[in-house]
Ligand binder design. Structure first.
Ligand SMILES: *Cc1c(COP(=O)(O)O)cnc(C)c1O
Length: 397
């Protein structure tokens, strides 16, 4: 794939017709190394956030060997990664997906109800009628979302007496019993992890079971203009402290499953301005493409003009963006801060769309085709660099 110094260098050399995905594999590698160095346990990448082979390759190169997959197609893809250990952590799976996963060597499954436990046991029972003896089963508990942009608590998870009962029943069939939770995506402070781990500790006490594994899930934040999170090291410290309180901590194997935090910075979108109406810009990608979260979930991404130098002393102005389809919900309210003089024919780099950007893109109205290039410069904002705004506090010890 073509490598360029920056999005500006791309636009200097040619003016692409299609929107362009600018990959920064080095940013994914840096994020993965940070988690591996700082998290005291296995680091699993949540595959659904972005399945670009260039980013998966960078994560793998940095040492990621665990992958959290949520569907059969993801699983079939991830199963081709050499030496990968896959964890099928969607709490509701089809019977055929469970069977196929087990055949592919997957032993980790999550569940949040007795019905799912029955399915897993039945579909992994051998032709000779013997139940599988090597299952690692993670009970997904419901935990409150605190300061999360995308709470997940109402869809999955079990709590209270039902959770204790499910733990006891799962213990009877699992070689290893785990507990997992997800605090919600883009969780900007560690409070949710403190509360979740406290709930897990109480639940273990009520159920009276031996727990072999705790998976603290995903939810670690990235930086966006309208969402400035606590430093990642605060999350690590909160998790360490919560785990210290667990019964027989030294015997519990720990895992985390970041998606967003590993890949958000590793991809940007380069779009052309096709029309301007006041402070509204019409661009050639949108909510049916990589900007779903900007249209529907209130995300604002960093933006910069890359087709020319702004005029001297020119102020930045807030713009709303409209996508290329005929649909009026194809609208990203922003504000996206751009030079006041921006006009049709200019190009914009919209940064940090690596998490759930391309993963969400469809083909509505004939759009949805992208060029891809590798960009060698830094992401517009980062959680990880030595000299970025936040990371002074990152330096541990
Ligand atoms: C989506 C998902 C993740 C990743 O979440 P992020 O917020 O991107 O870190 C982790 N675990 C499970 C079970 C998920 O469904």
């Amino acid at each position: 794939m073509e490598k360029l110094a920056s999005a500006a260098a791309l636009i200097q050399s040619r003016r692409p017709e299609k929107p362009v995905l600018g990959l920064r594999p080095q940013a994914a590698g840096r994020a993965a190394r940070w988690f591996i160095d700082n998290f005291d346990g296995d680091v699993a990448y949540a595959y659904k956030a972005n399945s670009s082979v260039f980013l998966i390759g960078a994560l793998y190169g940095a040492g990621i060997r665990h992958f959290d997959v949520a569907s059969l197609p993801e699983l079939e893809d991830a199963a081709t990664i050499p030496g990968a250990e896959l964890h099928f952590m969607h709490p509701v799976k089809s019977r055929s997906a469970i069977r196929r996963a087990y055949d592919l060597g997957v032993r980790s499954f999550s569940l949040d109800g007795l019905d799912e436990l029955t399915k897993i046991v039945e579909e992994t029972t051998g032709a000779d009628g013997r139940p599988a003896r090597d299952l690692k089963l993670f009970v997904r508990v419901a935990v409150p979302a605190i300061n999360s942009l995308i709470p997940l608590e109402h869809k999955f998870g079990i709590a209270g007496a039902a959770a204790a009962d499910l733990l006891v029943k799962t213990r009877q069939v699992a070689a290893e019993l785990g507990i997992t939770f997800h605090v919600g995506s883009q969780t900007t402070t560690p409070d949710a992890f403190v509360a979740a781990l406290q709930a897990v500790r109480e639940l273990i006490g009520v159920a009276g079971v031996v727990v072999d594994r705790i998976d603290v899930g995903g939810g670690y934040p990235s930086r966006y203009p309208n969402s400035e999170p606590s430093p990642l090291v605060d999350f690590i410290d909160a998790i360490d402290a919560g785990l210290e309180e667990m019964p027989v901590r030294e015997d519990v194997r720990v895992m985390c499953e970041p998606g967003r935090a590993l890949v958000a910075e590793a991809e940007s979108l380069i779009v052309r301005v096709d029309a301007r109406r006041g402070s509204h810009l019409y661009i050639n990608d949108g909510s049916y493409g990589t900007l779903f979260d900007a249209a529907h979930l209130g995300f604002v991404f960093p933006a910069r003009m890359v087709s020319r130098e702004p005029e001297a002393g020119e102020p930045l102005t807030g713009f709303e963006l409209w996508g290329p389809t005929c649909d009026s919900i194809d609208h990203m309210p922003g504000p996206f801060m751009l030079p006041a003089s921006i006009r049709p024919g200019d190009y914009i780099e919209i940064g940090n769309i690596g998490a759930y950007g391309r993963a969400m893109a469809g083909k509505f109205n004939g759009y949805g085709d992208y060029e891809e290039v590798i960009l060698l410069d830094e992401p517009q904002v980062t959680m990880y660099s030595e000299d970025a705004a936040v990371p002074a506090r990152f330096a541990r010890g």
